[in-house]
Write a protein of this length. Structure first.
Length: 358
């Protein structure tokens, strides 16, 4: 029978986190135990999952992990070395890391075995040396959750922890991500919707409601000019475009969406617009949409998306063009500057190439 405080020590693992490693280690450990039904887990598998689970926030959302945290750099090394896509499927990447025989990739994976397995056990086994932790863990000292087996590079789950891990696997994974969020908030101040950027969504939310909103506008005005290409758009031929890329905002709020040329939407992708060139036209199109839809339905559900401005729809529409532009600029410009600092590039349809400034 286990001691009362055996499991209650777990939160102590995350005291004073100086890197993301412990959070990703626990998430990977629980995933291996549940998904692969393993009691003896190869350390390489857990380390591989650390890289896989951090892949999406690093490559798609461009989150910063800090200079001392090598999970980001090793991810970048693997992506560039193998020329992988940012949106590679999790199982495909996991299989690649599990099976590769390339020594460079293996070194990037196994970097995390040097300290993480030992430091994770610190609430149960006080660290003095690797050898001492290995020795104490073999006896499951203080009912530590696992033993480290360096001879075959595995960890052996303590039998008294198996039921706890099985019953609470989802809670433990969520708890790992919660601690990860606390760590990343300090590294990414001002980044919106950070909690939505830790895991790749299985399916992106549909834009059907937003398309219906803009269809109301097309029904009234007939056509709209794309602010990027100047091409005529109709209800039958337009894309719903995120002015600030979705991969930065992680939301589909209407104040950031306009109709655009489908080819432009594709080429702009997750790049940033030139605010000086496009923001005034963007705001004018937003005003048009608000004005038309408000006349048709004063209680349209998507008007809630504009609450970010702290004004009612009538008050927004009563603002002068300059005042409305200023309101949008104050909301949008800081986000675009921050996105650029995180690595998102600027885009222009004139060159169809990205740049690092306006």
């Amino acid at each position: 029978m286990c001691k009362k405080d055996t499991f209650s020590k777990l939160p102590m693992v995350f005291n004073s986190m100086s890197a993301s490693y412990k959070a990703y280690w626990m998430i990977g450990l629980v995933e291996c135990f549940i998904e692969e039904k393993q009691d003896q887990i190869p350390i390489r598998n857990i380390c591989s999952r650390m890289l896989v689970n951090s892949w999406y926030p690093i490559h798609f959302f461009r989150l910063k992990f800090g200079l001392q945290d090598l999970i980001s750099q090793n991810n970048i090394n693997i992506k560039e070395y193998l020329n992988l896509k940012a949106d590679i499927k999790k199982n495909e990447l996991l299989d690649l890391l599990y099976t590769t025989t390339d020594s460079k990739i293996i070194n990037w994976i196994m970097h995390f075995k040097r300290q993480v397995p030992f430091r994770f056990l610190s609430p149960w086994i006080k660290y003095k040396s690797d050898a001492q932790v290995i020795s104490d863990s073999q006896m499951f000292k203080n009912e530590a959750p696992y033993a480290i087996n360096r001879s075959n590079n595995t960890i052996d789950i303590n039998p008294i922890w198996k039921e706890f891990l099985s019953i609470n696997s989802k809670i433990l994974i969520d708890y790992g991500y919660w601690n990860l969020l606390q760590y990343l908030q300090n590294k990414n101040p001002g980044v919106p919707s950070l909690q939505s950027k830790l895991i790749k969504p299985a399916v992106r939310e549909s834009l059907n409601k937003q398309r219906d909103y803009w269809n109301l506008v097309f029904d009234s005005v007939g056509s709209i000019r794309c602010i990027y290409s100047n091409q005529i758009l109709t209800a039958d031929d337009f894309a719903v475009e995120h002015y600030i890329p979705w991969s930065f905002t992680a939301h589909n709020l209407l104040w950031n969406l306009i109709p655009a040329d489908q080819s432009i939407n594709s080429s702009k992708s997750n790049k940033l617009p030139n605010t000086e060139e496009y923001l005034r036209q963007f705001v004018a199109l937003q005003r048009l949409g608000l004005n038309v839809v408000y006349q048709k339905n004063k209680k349209h559900k998507l008007f809630e998306d504009y609450s970010i401005f702290g004004e009612s729809i009538p008050n927004l529409l009563n603002l002068s063009n300059d005042k409305l532009y200023e309101l949008y600029e104050n909301q949008i410009s800081p986000q675009i500057i921050l996105a650029n600092q995180l690595g998102f590039q600027y885009w222009s349809p004139h060159t169809n190439e990205s740049s690092n400034g306006y």
